[in-house]
Design a protein around this ligand. Structure first.
Ligand SMILES: O=C(O)CCC(=O)C(=O)O
Ligand SMILES: [Fe+2]
Length: 875
């Protein structure tokens, strides 16, 4: 039965946690030996970059079994799946053939990825060599995958013809995961593998009989028990095709398999996970046979756990529901009993804490005696003690009755009511609510007894507070509060909240059971090495506590605001005396808006500090940057002016970096008039340079995302042609070319230089120069990287890179030109985009890609209205 999921997900079926069966360690070892012996070759596919693969031939199975037994086993297991699926009637009439070979592929660390694709573009795009149209893709993984390792299989949404590159479901290539999908429908990609080599086994089956095996041929393959498992797991976890097991004999098989894997003959442990999967399967699966099998599995597992935990629950108390019922009855009984007890307690009101303690002790005694577990488990000696305690209890009652007689005008006790008294303890049944299923009963007996008593005590306490409140309405609040706090200290509500408190309680319980009712309070409080901790606990609804919390909240809010603001250099908006400050803040906002528009790419903080709201969108077309503005005329004027002066100065040169501007509202001349622009101050050009790095980084991230992380996309590189450090009359401080660079070398994290606003420019230059100088002529695989935050550090990076390059050119004229490739680093803090960390790679300006293939419409996320205004809608 198909599960109710989004249509694009239903056609992908995933089975996880088959690790026990897949034997990942052995498989991986064999994979490595395969790779080491050069049996793998580089995959020839224009979407696939860097992966290597090999084919395992089913025809030569015997040889394969000898050389690579684990791979052979997994391969036949996967090859057997179509037959199993066909037997189970889940292929809805399609008669599959089976490909006679299985592919094994490795995506080496940081060196491979697979762009968005389908495995079959039937019917138009048949494999020209064979005419085959692949129908079913089967993948199995055996990697020790952890978050951050990359290499996820991305299943993209593809409602229409074109998949949405930003909308996908990522599946981790973890050991034990098997994925099956329709090769003709499902668009998918493999994210770059970031850590460790990523291995996968892949089979593609198709219905054409031109060259493949018939499905039934696979029945002669060795049917290891593993063939059975993925199918079952697929049935239950995916909740998709059909849930009945195909035949009774298979169900029997499964049962016996389960039995043997649970029993002690199998050295491999049944993990908690397999139980969780089982549970999930139970609720999802509809197959009675399968459920039976699972119950069997759970039953055995449970008895194993029970044995392990030495749980001595008698059958009649197994069910927690029963326990709760008896507890409720007990509470009811206590409730009836309490008004009379309270009547006598009233007499001793002068020392209420004392009363409370006595009451609690009585209660404990009571609960202890009526607890079914104790009756059942008490030794004869314990029973004697208990009987003694019971007599003692009735003595107390007698004493209280006699006191009661001496009160001449005893009032009728008020009925206990659930009043809204502040601080009333709510009856706490939490330990019992958690899990009423079989597994719940495996919780330790100690805990149940403790919970039972604690709940009863809570009921008692609740009543006592009510009573006090009812009787002493005239009594001052503080007194009641003091009492409550004393009680709170003595009887913490949650036994698990604090180890020490739990220990205290256990000490109490032990004392109660051994008859030592007179143990003094101070004795108990001083028990344990951490007795002073109680002084740190404040009653939750006390004013002191509330004040404390408020103070904490304010500090947290301040930190959220202040830390990102102070961590880096101060922004120009702090400088009230600078007349050009507003230009910079506008420039800053422009970037903020850019990020907002690019929100799909980077979760950003929006910064809006002034009325200069600039709407900007950057579209990268080949080597031209177009900037479209909506508002923000000051910024517009600034950029316009930069361009004008720039062009005047460099009439004779090609301008690789073109800036197209469009404005609405005032004319440029009008804006220029408004622009209080002081070029000699110069420092705001830092932010312009920084801005160009950031915009490049953003554009690159955006384009990579829009093209589905096509690894072939490369990086956007900036080549500095002209760089002016001291600005005299020209605001043009940076001139360069932007291009897409292919095959940028990878740099490992540990050689990244951190550049600060006060880093020494000369030594930075020297460092880079030395690195460059060590390289061979025409070196292409060189890369140096810098990490920094803020305009001043950006200035240093640009200057140092430029100076080092000039220096090396002087010494070695043939040295290749360098490019800077910015990308956004990890710490995009709350202080705004200005404080985003930028990572800049410096490497040879080579292998330039001339155009970006299939450039998608930029930012489809943006509102239609805005796109219309910006002429962005496709005609
Ligand atoms: O390895 C993977 O996860 C998928 C590989 C793939 O899509 C392919 O080879 O067609
Ligand atoms: Fe694929």
């Amino acid at each position: 039965m198909p599960g109710k999921r989004e249509s694009w997900v239903t056609s992908v079926h995933v089975a996880r946690d088959l690790g026990v069966i897949l034997e990942p360690a052995q498989i991986k070892q064999e994979c490595r030996s395969l790779d080491d012996s050069s049996a793998t070759t580089v995959t020839s596919n224009r979407c696939n970059r860097g992966s290597r693969s090999a084919w395992l031939d089913l025809d030569g199975l015997e040889e394969l079994q000898q050389k690579l037994p684990a791979l052979a086993k997994l391969s036949t297991m996967l090859a057997g799946l179509p037959l199993e699926l066909q037997n189970a009637n889940v292929l809805s009439g399609v008669h599959l053939q089976v490909h006679p070979a299985t592919m094994i592929a490795v995506y080496p660390e940081q060196a491979a990825a697979y762009a968005l694709h389908k495995d079959s573009y039937a019917p138009a795009d048949n494999d020209p060599a064979t005419g085959a149209t692949r129908h079913l893709t089967i993948l199995a993984y055996f990697n020790d995958w952890r978050p951050g390792h990359g290499g996820e299989l991305r299943i993209h949404e593809s409602a229409g013809q074109r998949p949405d590159p930003r909308h996908f479901q990522a599946l981790e290539p973890k050991a034990g995961t098997v994925v099956i999908f329709d090769s003709r429908k499902v668009w998918h990609a493999v994210a770059p593998s970031l850590r460790g080599d990523r291995w996968a086994m892949l089979r593609g089956e198709d219905p054409s009989d031109a060259w493949s095996w018939s499905v039934t041929q696979t029945s002669s393959l060795p049917r290891s028990r593993a063939v059975l498992y993925p199918q079952i797991a697929i049935h239950c976890v995916g909740a998709l095709l059909r849930v009945d097991l195909p035949s009774d004999s298979m169900a029997d098989d499964f049962r016996s398999e389960m039995g043997s894997s649970v029993g002690s003959t199998d050295p491999r442990p049944i993990s908690k996970n397999s139980l969780a999967i089982g549970n999930q399967a139970c609720s999802v699966g509809k197959s009675s046979t399968f459920r039976e099998a699972l119950h069997l599995h759970l039953g055995e597992l449970q008895s194993k756990l029970v044995a392990e935990h030495e749980c001595r629950l008698s059958p009649e108390h197994r069910s927690l529901e029963q326990l709760v019922e008896s507890l409720k009855a007990e509470n009811e009984r206590l409730r009836k009993l309490l008004p009379h007890e309270a009547e006598s307690l009233k007499l001793e009101r002068r020392d209420k804490s004392h009363v409370l303690r006595d009451a609690c002790q009585m209660m404990r005694e009571h609960s202890h005696l009526s607890d079914p577990f104790h009756k059942q488990s008490l030794s004869p000696r314990d029973r004697d003690v208990a009987a003694q305690r019971s007599r003692k209890g009735s003595e107390v009652a007698k004493r209280q009755a006699s006191v009661r007689k001496t009160v001449s005008a005893a009032k009728q006790p008020r009925p206990a009511r659930r009043s809204s008294v502040r601080g009333t303890t709510v009856l706490d049944l939490r330990p019992f609510r958690q899990d009423s299923q079989e597994l719940g009963s495996i919780c330790s007996m100690d805990h149940q007894v403790e919970s039972l008593l604690r709940t009863a005590l809570a009921a008692w306490k609740e009543f006592t507070f009510q009573y006090i409140r009812d009787e002493d309405e005239d009594e001052s609040e503080q007194e009641v509060e003091a009492l409550r706090q004393a009680a709170y200290k003595e009887w913490p509500e949650d036994p698990n909240s604090n180890e020490w408190q739990a220990q205290l309680f256990r000490t109490d319980l032990a004392r109660t059971m051994s008859g030592d009712l007179n143990a003094s309070k101070s004795d108990r409080l001083n028990a344990g090495p951490n007795f002073w901790r109680k002084y740190l606990v404040t009653y939750p609804s006390s004013r002191r506590r509330m004040l404390w919390d408020l103070l904490g909240l304010m500090l947290v809010i301040w930190d959220i605001y202040a830390i990102p603001m102070n961590a880096f250099e101060r922004g120009p908006w702090h400088d009230k005396n600078r007349t050009d400050a507003y230009i910079r803040s506008t420039a800053h906002e422009e970037e903020a808006d850019y990020t907002e528009v690019a929100g799909g790419t980077i979760g950003t903080a929006r910064f809006s500090s002034s009325e200069f709201r600039a709407k900007i969108i950057v579209i990268l077309l080949a080597c031209t940057i177009s900037i479209k503005f909506d508002e923000g005329l000051q910024l517009l004027a600034l950029v316009d002016r930069i361009r004008d002066r720039f062009n005047k100065r460099h009439l004779d040169e090609d301008l690789a970096l073109e800036v197209h501007l469009e404005a609405s509202g005032k004319t440029v001349a009008e804006s220029l008039d408004q622009l209080n622009f002081l070029p000699e101050k110069g420092s705001h050009f830092r932010s312009i340079r920084m801005k160009s790095l950031r915009i490049l980084a953003l554009a690159c991230a955006d384009l990579q995302k829009a093209t589905g992380y096509l690894p072939g996309f490369g990086l956007l590189g900036l080549r500095m042609d002209h760089f002016q450090t001291t600005v005299i009359d020209s605001p043009c401080a940076l001139r360069g070319q932007v291009a897409r660079l292919l095959d940028p070398p990878l740099v490992s994290d540990d050689v990244v230089q951190v550049v600060k606003k006060n880093s020494c420019l000369d030594s930075l230059t020297e460092d880079i120069f030395e690195q460059l100088d060590q390289l061979d002529e025409g070196a292409e695989n060189f890369a140096s990287s810098f990490r920094f935050v803020g305009d001043m550090a950006a200035e240093r990076v640009l200057l140092a890179a430029r100076q080092a390059e000039m220096k090396i050119k002087e010494k070695r004229p043939k040295f290749p030109a360098m490019a800077l490739c910015p990308s956004l680093g990890a710490t995009l803090s709350g202080g705004g985009f200005r404080h985003a960390e930028v990572l800049v790679l410096l490497y040879p300006w080579s292998k330039i890609a001339s155009e970006i293939p299939g450039l998608p419409s930029v930012r489809p996320r943006h509102s239609r209205e805005f796109m219309e205004r910006q002429d962005m809608l496709p005609s």
